[in-house]
Design a protein. Structure first.
Lengths: 187, 390
């Protein structure tokens, strides 16, 4: 079913919208949740919560890209679950690796927030940085840090070696970090 | 916004939907095949070169020696300093790394260094320390970008990782390399893995010429030679184009600039589609079809540029960069007078998919054809056009 039709069903408050969304994006959302939580039961809960949240958000919202809209909801729930589950502890291997990679970026962002920079400005910087990256590098960056895909999955998807993917991520993170640093200084 | 180890990952949730859609719904693109084919061609070329070098060793040596002597006389080069042409293709080995400088080119204000790093470390990386030495003075390079040809190579089962050639582009201030010959020193640092490179990155702002690189982080290589900006810029062409091309499907391309050297070529352009309404543009901004520019140069070389990057602008256009690289055997010659090109895409590209593959076994759209040149699914969009280089 077309995305526009599913959104229309949400707007007309038809429960068929939930079935259609689950049918089309259930696996997509589950995969995102699994990339974060790596636990079947937790993932199923997040995905179920996604449909309920979508039901509450649409209307008034009218998402242009339904996959991203639903994926963002799932991702938000999954990160919240992870926070509660591993409060004060080190998350499991896959997420630990991922959070270690972005440790410096966390620090840069926190410094910018401390300097009074608003979240929306940070988002604008992030979007601008992503748009300026060559397409393949941008996709790899998003697959890793939005889609939470493993380096191996990204390498397979892009027909690259895992080493090459790590290099692209490393270089891209450095560019972003440098950019955040410069913006922070400018402020 | 909560502040913990998930801060950045949480911020990533706010990025634009169409960027997510594009990345998560990405299909395998055929241009990797060029690198795959290019690698094989490069291997054959290296073997042939090695065979010829062995067969005609004495003649090759004599010719190089004569050439370098003449250059040295012409530029009044110090006897103990390598001339520019001699540093190309030289190797240094240290700490299990072998580093070969393939090219050093000055293209306008960009110093492009192409180098091959070899070692037994599967995750090796080549880093630039952030400065070059010009006539004994340290010149900081604030803007450096890296490209790894191998980054888009597919590794066959059973093969070790192949990281290919690293291309480091340093943006210099105008006139940093003078017109007269000066002593130039280029340092490069080989790291065993990206964790070491990460440590180096933190050090880089403090590193200066002569500073030792900590042994546990990387190995420093230094290449010194004597050259002028004119000499280093001989292998580079840069030209403003300002050409407007109309193509089928409502597309138009305004070619802005071309840069060409022996390593790569880029064409910057502005893409526009008259059939896309202004209100629809934002949602389609990340959906530029996979365009190619294909043709021949005046010397008869096959030329192919692929869409390297495209970002949407406020006026409903995309700022695009088309790229061609030596490794793909698709680069025009710097000696050619013109290039004839035609825009094409391949059937199925640009048609938005509605279904996500989430099994983890995707990439079924991977092309069977060994060479995109002969793809049957090519769709040409409009007539050939000519770009004059000289």
């Amino acid at each position: 079913m077309e995305d526009a039709k599913i959104v229309e069903l949400f707007w007309s408050r038809s429960e068929e919208a939930l079935t259609a969304a689950e049918e089309k994006y259930g696996r997509f959302c589950y995969k995102i949740a699994y990339g974060i939580l790596a636990n079947r039961q937790d993932c199923e809960e997040c995905v179920n919560d996604t449909w309920m949240a979508a039901w509450n958000y649409i209307p008034p919202k009218k998402p242009a890209v339904l996959s991203a809209f639903l994926g963002k909801i799932t991702r938000g729930f999954a990160i919240d679950t992870l926070r509660k589950k591993y409060a004060g502890k080190r998350p499991d291997m896959h997420m630990a690796e991922l959070t270690d990679e972005v440790q410096d970026l966390n620090q840069s962002i926190e410094q910018m927030l401390d300097a009074g920079i608003r979240r929306q400005e940070l988002t604008d910087t992030l979007n601008q940085f992503l748009r300026e990256l060559p397409e393949q590098k941008r996709n790899i960056f998003i697959q890793r840090y939005w889609g939470m895909m493993s380096v191996k999955e990204i390498a397979d998807k892009n027909h690259m070696t895992e080493t090459a993917v790590k290099q692209v991520l490393f270089r891209s993170r450095n560019i972003l970090r440098e950019r955040l640093r410069k913006e922070g200084q400018w402020r | 916004m909560k502040r913990d180890k998930y801060t950045f990952l949480e911020l990533m949730n706010d990025i634009d939907d169409e960027l997510i859609d594009c990345a998560m719904n990405q299909e395998a693109t055929p241009n990797k095949l060029f690198y795959h084919a290019g690698r094989k061609i490069a291997c054959v070329a290296v073997i042939l070169l090695a065979v010829f070098s062995c067969l005609f060793h004495s003649q090759v040596e004599a010719a190089i020696s004569m050439l370098t002597t003449r250059i040295a006389q012409f530029w009044d080069v110090d006897k103990d300093l390598t001339p520019y042409t001699d540093v190309i293709n030289t190797s240094q080995s240290k700490d299990g790394f072998t580093l070969t400088i393939n090219e050093v080119i000055l293209s306008e204000n960009q110093l492009v260094i192409a180098a091959d790093l070899e070692s037994d470390y599967p995750e090796q990386l080549l880093e630039f320390p952030g400065y070059i030495m010009i006539d004994g003075k340290e010149c900081l390079v604030p803007d450096v970008s890296y490209e790894t040809n191998g980054a888009v190579m597919e590794t066959e089962a059973g093969e070790g990782p192949d990281d290919g050639q690293t291309i480091i582009t340093c943006t210099l201030e105008d006139g940093v390399i003078p017109r007269h010959a000066v002593k130039i020193g280029i340092s490069l640092i080989a790291c065993r893995n990206w964790e070491d490179a990460e440590k180096l990155w933190h050090l880089k702002t403090d590193l200066r010429d002569g500073d030792p690189v900590p042994e546990d982080i990387g190995t420093l290589f230094k290449f010194e030679f004597r050259a002028s900006s004119e000499e280093m810029g001989k292998k580079a062409v840069s030209k403003e184009l300002n050409q407007e091309i109309s193509a089928d499907g409502g597309w138009s391309i305004r070619l802005e600039n071309i840069t060409l050297n022996d390593i790569y070529s880029r064409i910057t352009a502005e893409l526009k589609n008259s059939t896309i309404a202004e209100e629809d543009f934002k949602s389609l901004a990340a959906m530029v079809p996979e365009f190619y520019l294909e043709g021949t140069d005046s010397l008869g070389n096959y030329v192919l540029y692929w869409l390297y990057s495209a970002s949407s602008s406020d006026n409903c256009t995309w700022s695009a960069e088309f790229a061609a690289e030596l490794r793909g055997d698709e680069l025009p010659s710097t000696e050619s007078e013109w290039i004839d090109l035609c825009l094409f895409t391949w059937k199925g590209m640009g048609e938005p998919d509605t279904e996500y593959e989430t099994s983890g076994q995707e990439d079924t759209a991977y092309m069977d054809d060994k060479n995109v040149r002969n793809l049957e699914t090519k769709v040409y969009l409009g007539e050939k056009f000519r770009i004059y280089l000289n």
